[in-house]
Ligand binder design. Structure first.
Ligand code: BYC
Length: 472
């Protein structure tokens, strides 16, 4: 396998695609369908070109190059991380055996399902973010949006490659279906709940890239452990791209909180809305919403699906190889969240059954680091207010807390009481309308909207006022 990526090929790749003509032809026939989908459902924009990062290598150093590219000329490719030597399976009943280069027949449908679910989220997020280019708060942010979009498109390619290369006709059909389901569609929605929600404004976009892309990080981290080596290597490279997406979210919310805090101090008020910024209580409601729908993406606290995935070697745990247990888990038990007799509690279950919560717990710890950062900004501004993650049971539709009315501070309430206080906790129509009213495009070089601070650094060593995007 070659390391550098040849961009003269129709589909840039590091998987020696030219050596498998059938596969190459199949992917080349999917490519125009992808481009049609990108044209119909991808970003609406009026740009001549955008300063984008494109993968040119998969090695540790210098894997990407930056340059102005017309969005329609972006080259989506297939890149798998390199692996030296023979990799061995790190967990489950096949622990210690060589990783698989082909799909074992008995695991075909489970693996295909995991790949389809992963693949479905990628174009969904592009669809959700489709109209945001019309209201970008700066050229820098506009560029970051398109960077995220093209890479989510590439992540779709990554999953489609696996479907085409390893799952035969069914895989090809699933690859077509990935372009046919659409976010929010009544008839054929995206598979997972959060990917059918709207991302109508930039506060939502930053929250989505903070909370929902972070679910992506954790799910990809478990698939990177997979015994199916092509999936593992694909996910490893996707994770490299993914970290920028989460940076966009973390830094985006940082900049909003920074601006809000600045105006709160300057005008000695909590209500910064007259000054064109977003009040902390509104930011808190958006945190409550995006965090809770992202927690749903981890599935139920108890799941035989995840137990089977782990035992079979399809999906590992976060940092599997750094864990010091037996990596088989058949003899262990864990406590998971549950609602027992109407009260929030915990129940003991076999460790294998509780693996969704194991992953979710790692995710929650990671989410808290952002909230701590945002609170540090408030402390530095001399403000006593604090942001928080709501209780894990708040506003849940999947798992033990689904259908139970739990407040952000973790009280179980009668359903009517919860509904009556809903708009104090989750964005109301008034909040959404207000946030939308702030969303006016700022496309002048070096300028920024009123509701967020400029970034501390630009992209790839460029200053904030660099011409990241040329508009038509
Ligand atoms: N919405 O046994 P359970 C990303 C279904 S994000 C709707 O508890 P399991 C990205 C579930 O499928 C990462 N349905 O679940 C981020 C199951 O259906 P069946 C995406 C849901 O299987 C931003 C049933 O309910 N990748 O990359 O243990 C931008 C019972 O569920 C939901 C993956 O998720 C839901 N929220 O775990 C771009 C990795 N939750 O089997 C990209 C692949 C559950 O009864 N997926 N259901 O028909 C998986 O690992 C697992 O399928 C899940 C669910 C974690 C999603």
């Amino acid at each position: 396998m070659s390391q550098g990526i040849d961009y003269t090929e129709r589909i840039p790749n590091n998987v020696d695609l030219h050596e498998d003509r059938r596969l190459q032809r199949a992917l080349e026939s999917w490519q125009p369908k992808f481009l049609t989908w990108w044209g119909d459902m991808g970003p609406v924009h009026m740009t001549r070109d955008v300063y984008l990062r494109t993968a040119i290598n998969v090695g540790r150093d210098g894997w990407a190059q930056f340059g102005h590219v017309a969005l329609s000329d972006y080259r989506w490719g297939i890149f798998l991380a390199e692996r030296g030597g023979e990799r061995r399976i790190a967990f489950g009943e096949h622990k210690g055996e060589p990783a698989w280069q082909q799909v074992p027949g008995e695991y075909r449908s489970a693996l295909q399902r995991l790949i389809v679910i992963q693949g479905d989220t990628e174009p969904a997020s592009v669809e959700q973010q489709r109209n945001l280019g019309a209201t970008a708060p700066s050229l820098y942010d506009l560029r970051n949006l398109f960077q995220v979009n093209v890479e989510e498109g590439r992540h779709l390619w990554a999953m489609v490659y696996l479907l085409h290369a390893y799952f035969g006709r069914e895989g090809r059909e699933e690859a077509e279906a990935l372009l046919q389901r659409n976010s929010g569609s009544v008839d054929s929605p995206r598979i997972l709940g959060a990917f059918n929600e709207e991302t109508p404004d930039w506060l939502s976009f930053f929250m989505f890239t903070y909370f929902t892309d972070r679910d992506g990080k954790y799910q990809l981290g478990t698939l990177k452990e997979s015994a199916f080596d092509p999936l593992s290597r694909t996910c490893e490279f996707m994770l490299k791209e993914e970290s920028h997406h989460m940076f966009v979210g973390t830094a985006g919310v940082d900049r909003i909180v920074e601006r809000t805090a600045q105006l709160m101090v300057e005008h000695e008020t909590d209500d910064v809305s007259p000054y064109g910024a977003i009040p902390l209580r509104t930011i808190q409601k958006y945190i409550n919403f995006h965090y809770s729908v992202s927690l749903d993406l981890f599935g139920s606290e108890t799941s035989t699906n995840v137990a089977n995935y782990f035992t079979a070697g399809l999906k590992g745990r976060w940092s599997e190889e750094r864990r010091t247990d037996d990596h088989v888990l058949t003899e262990r038990s864990v406590f998971v969240d549950a609602v027992v007799d109407g009260e929030i509690g915990r129940v003991e279950v076999p460790a294998l059954i509780g693996l969704n919560q194991d992953l979710r717990d790692a995710y929650i710890t990671d989410c808290q680091t952002g909230v701590n950062r945002w609170n540090r900004l408030l402390t530095e501004a001399g403000l006593p207010q604090r942001l928080m993650l709501p209780h894990v049971g708040f506003n849940r539709r999947v798992g033990a807390f689904a259908g139970v009315s739990i407040s952000p501070t973790g009280e179980v309430l009668p359903a009517e009481d919860w509904q009556a206080r809903r708009t104090a906790w989750l964005p109301s129509d008034v909040d959404k309308t207000f946030v939308r009213s702030l969303m006016r495009p700022v496309y002048e070089r070096g300028k920024i909207a009123s509701w967020l601070a400029p970034p501390r650094n630009g992209i790839n060593g460029k200053p904030f006022d660099y011409e990241y995007v040329h508009l038509t």
